[in-house]
Design a protein around this ligand. Structure first.
Ligand SMILES: C[S@@+](CC[C@H](N)C(=O)[O-])C[C@H]1O[C@@H](n2cnc3c(N)ncnc32)[C@H](O)[C@@H]1O
Length: 354
């Protein structure tokens, strides 16, 4: 069993992460784990205090500094073996299904994730979902990953799933490049899915939600993430899109949900409409491009606060630039991230280590 150095079990803030009993990790993995353990101290008294204070959803929260950097394991989903117990944060490089298959059953309390949106972006990495697959295949691959998520979730665990929608191509063969993000916007438009017409709104989030419901998930809420600062669009035959969907799904009928962790205006119970500005893309010092589709920290924080306690483990199987992991770190939770593109895994490492 791994220990996080410097975290004493007798100290009030040193609540251990939830652990699960599974076959012991091979010795080679234990060695690999100890060799990648980085800096220490991911659960500070300050982060604990922040996580326990109910915060209003409106107006938007202030930016807070991420507390001292975590120790974490950096593993490769193709090369490393199963993890015996989650005793410190884990960052896995590989496909979501492969990374998830290494995690102990019942070890995660909540998932906050945003998979690639279908047909909208090219992450320029082999085996990415949402680019070369048809709509049906895309939905199937997420449902498959969710089968693994169900296994790793605690019985009272939940998932916050943020998915964007898109339109059929109207039979245009390519998309005009995105001026803000030339390199990564999809240059090719996929064929119109069977049964849809040119210019149809596809309804990707709800297609996915219904497939997950069919696969046994409880679909508990549809949250509208309204973006007050949404970009204008050039279209003249429909309203400008200014929202995305976030579903709350649960593994069981009863689940952990802290109704007072985040409140709405005037302290009222949280409604299903959340006003959260998108955050501008940041470039790292030296002009290195960072991630093109970053979730706002505020959104990740709210989800984590509502469906987990300090010391629980938060998972993002499509981690991107690691926003969920950073928010979990800040709020005194443990975390596990899986990300396919090695460059983004390195970006997460740099963000976490500060
Ligand atoms: C919408 S982004 C996530 C952004 C993240 N929420 C953030 O705030 O940075 C989706 C991520 O999924 C990754 N991805 C694509 N296919 C994947 C797969 N099969 N398994 C794991 N990650 C994948 C992409 O590289 C991309 O970084």
């Amino acid at each position: 069993m791994l220990r996080r150095p410097g975290l004493r079990s007798s100290s009030p803030e040193a609540r251990p992460l939830r652990t699960a009993t599974v076959p012991t990790a091979p010795a080679s993995l234990t060695l690999a784990m100890s060799s990648v353990l980085g800096r220490v101290g991911y659960m500070t008294t300050e982060s604990q205090r922040m996580s326990e204070r109910p915060l209003p959803l409106f107006p938007s929260e202030d930016e807070r500094p991420i507390p001292s950097p975590a120790s974490f394991l950096r593993l490769d989903a193709d090369k490393d073996g199963p993890i015996a117990a989650l005793t410190c944060p884990v960052l896995l490089c590989g496909r979501a299904v492969d990374g998830l298959s290494l995690l102990p059953s019942g070890s995660v309390q909540t998932v906050v994730t945003s998979p690639p949106y279908w047909s909208l972006r090219d992450y320029e990495v082999a085996e990415q979902i949402g680019r070369d697959d048809g709509l049906g295949e895309y939905v199937k691959s997420i449902v498959l990953a969710f089968d693994q998520i169900r296994r790793v979730l605690a019985e009272d665990g939940t998932v916050w799933l943020n998915v964007g929608d898109s339109y059929t191509s109207g039979n245009r063969k390519y998309r005009a490049p995105d001026r803000k993000n030339r390199a990564r916007a999809m240059s090719v438009r996929p064929p119109t899915p069977a049964g849809l017409k040119p210019k149809d709104l596809i309804g990707v989030p709800w297609r996915l939600a219904f497939a997950l419901q069919d696969a046994g998930w409880w679909l508990r809420s549809e949250v509208i993430w309204y973006k007050p600062n949404a970009h204008p669009e050039s279209v003249r035959d429909r309203p400008t899109k200014a929202h995305e969907t976030v579903f709350l799904l649960s593994k069981s009928q009863e689940y952990f949900y802290d109704v007072s962790a985040v409140t709405g205006p005037n302290g009222r119970r949280l409604r299903t409409m959340w006003d959260i500005n998108t955050e501008p893309r940041r470039r790292e010092a030296g002009g290195i491009d960072d991630h093109p589709a970053v979730m706002p920290m505020t959104l990740a924080r709210h989800c984590i606060r509502i469906t987990s306690r300090p010391g629980d483990v938060v998972l993002d199987p499509y981690a991107g630039s690691g926003t969920t992991l950073l928010a979990a770190e800040e709020l005194g939770r443990g975390w596990v991230g899986v990300e396919l593109k090695p460059e983004y895994v390195s970006l997460i490492e740099r963000r976490i280590l500060g």
